[in-house]
Design a protein around this ligand. Structure first.
Ligand SMILES: Nc1ncnc2c1ncn2[C@@H]1O[C@H](COP(=O)(O)OP(=O)(O)O)[C@@H](O)[C@H]1O
Ligand SMILES: [Mg+2]
Length: 340
């Protein structure tokens, strides 16, 4: 018996379909329930797709997962897959420790040390918060003056992790990109959300007492995202927004397999093996023709990948045709369960 945390428009929709199709015994659980451990007593495994929009999940998901692993329950995502999710600080240490090619990254926990570095570094640099998606908390700083202000804020009042101006600008960008009626009305909705944020965003978390900078890697009009689930990889190319260096969240996606450098796929398989992840999305930009990792993430918006024309296996053979990433996760999960 396995347990699935059900949430509409998450991986659970297709996980449940997979179980029904393959006659697999499952029960629906709610990981937010106080007695969740008791509910899982008769289960061999738990699958729970939580993401950065569920800020309440981030309060306890890792702790729940680790506790279940300790008692021998299989979990997706497991700890090695998820502990660094939406945690760029964690990813810096992990990728450096495993000698994986992260963009050169500097982190400071002391204002004076950060300012000393800023006096000597090359500009521009990329400033990021540890948390965030869709480029929301990523900005370019061109000179010492700008970085000085950023650092002062990092060690002063801090940064809200929800950026309402960015959210509104994104809707305007979607309209410029799509020129559809839907994206036009979306701007209206965005104005409402600007004034009256969604309940989950009303009390933003404040990020402070650290400053995270990356070397700016110029001349990238896209990033390459490769997702590795077990022995399979699929990929997309994400174009940057007009007049911007940021690709994540642009919605400008190229699915053509010929546009994906195979070196990124090869590196991703290797990285996934080193990271020992069940599922990992790796984002790459290029410096002097060589791919560097921007960030990693176990979860992704599954609907985006429905248009992928196929996937590679670990020997880099191409398999043509549509697929569901959620099925890949399930197949691997059952293999792991059987192995134990
Ligand atoms: N150091 C960098 N140099 C050049 N481009 C970058 C760098 N870091 C990020 N980017 C661009 O900005 C986008 C968003 O950055 P990322 O760190 O992935 O933030 P998010 O977590 O919001 O996706 C990336 O998709 C990439 O296109
Ligand atoms: Mg990203």
């Amino acid at each position: 018996m396995i347990a699935i945390h059900q949430k509409d428009k998450s991986f659970s929709d297709n996980w449940i379909k997979y179980c029904n199709k393959n006659d697999i015994k499952y029960k629906i659980v709610n990981c937010y329930d106080d007695d969740i451990i008791k509910q899982l007593a008769d289960c061999d495994g738990l699958l729970w797709h939580w993401n950065q929009n569920n800020s309440d999940a981030a309060n306890f998901a890792r702790q729940l997962i680790y506790s279940l692993e300790h008692k021998g329950t299989k979990v997706f995502p497991n700890s090695k897959t998820v502990w660094h999710y939406d945690d760029k600080l964690g990813q810096k240490y992990l990728l450096e420790a495993l000698a994986l090619p992260l963009i050169p990254t500097n982190v400071f926990y002391n204002k004076n040390t950060a300012l000393e570095w800023a006096k000597k570094t090359n500009y521009p640099v990329v400033f990021k918060l540890s948390r965030g998606a869709g480029s929301m908390n990523v900005m370019l700083a061109h000179n010492y003056g700008q970085v000085q202000k950023i650092i002062t804020k990092c060690f002063g009042k801090g940064w809200k992790d929800q950026n309402r101006i960015h959210a509104l600008k994104e809707r305007v960008w979607s309209f410029r990109r799509d020129k559809s009626l839907k994206s036009f009305f979306n701007i209206g909705r965005g104005i409402v959300r600007f004034v009256l944020p969604h309940p989950t965003h009303r009390v933003p978390r404040v990020e402070h007492n650290y400053a995270y900078f990356q070397e700016f890697i110029p001349n990238n009009d896209c990033d390459i995202r490769v997702i590795v689930i077990g022995q399979r990889a699929f990929a997309i190319k994400r174009m940057v927004r007009e007049g911007d260096f940021r690709a994540s969240g642009s919605g400008f996606i190229v699915y053509d397999r010929a546009e994906i450098p195979i070196e990124c796929v090869r590196m991703s398989f290797e990285a996934a093996k080193t990271l020992e992840t069940q599922s990992v999305a790796l984002d790459f930009v290029f410096k002097d023709g060589l791919p560097l990792i921007v960030e990693i993430s176990y979860a992704f918006l599954q609907s985006v990948y429905l248009k992928c024309p196929g996937y590679w296996d670990h020997e880099l053979n191409w398999h043509d045709g549509s697929f569901l990433p959620e099925d890949f996760i399930m197949e691997d999960f059952f293999k792991q369960l059987e192995a134990t």
